[in-house]
Design a binder for this molecule. Structure first.
Ligand code: AMP
Ligand code: ZN
Length: 130
């Protein structure tokens, strides 16, 4: 099976990791909707959030850790957590991932979930991991 996110886990494809534990890896989305937009994925291959009974639970601690990191390092004051299931929902990578989209007080509300990004990924990664 040739899975992009399995290859990211194996570091065969580079990514900007911000967090990892025994069950999950978190890295910056390459096409962010907000500054610090992060994907949290299980280390084991699971197609989507509804195809496995425990995968979402397994990555819940990592989701919380990433949320805390984005609050502490970037000043996020809210989050949209989003996991697309199936091609018709817009899912493009068929390895379960939860989008952790940090939100900021100066641009609130779900209508503005897709915002403007001014910083490049390198700069954002340094701010989170530095
Ligand atoms: P989805 O549409 O929910 O399947 O989301 C897939 C996400 O993966 C999109 O937001 C992409 O920007 C992101 N993505 C695709 N390739 C990479 C990559 N190599 N590194 C980081 N994020 C990626
Ligand atoms: Zn995979």
């Amino acid at each position: 099976m040739d899975c992009l996110f399995c290859r990211i886990i194996e570091s065969e494809i580079p990514s900007k990791r911000v967090f990892e534990d025994e069950t999950a890896v978190a890295f910056l989305d390459i096409n962010p909707w907000q500054c610090g937009h992060t994907l949290v994925i299980p280390r084991r291959h699971v197609a989507d959030a509804l195809s496995d009974p425990t995968a979402l639970t397994e990555i819940a601690p990592a989701l919380r850790q990433v949320g805390t990191l984005l609050q502490d390092k970037l000043g996020a004051s809210g989050f949209n957590l989003l996991s697309n299931v199936g091609a018709d929902s817009g899912q493009e990578v068929f390895h379960l991932h939860v989008h952790v989209i940090p939100r900021y007080a100066d641009n609130p509300g779900i209508a503005h979930m897709r915002g403007e990004i001014t910083d490049d990924l390198e700069t954002i990664h340094r701010r989170i991991t530095g």
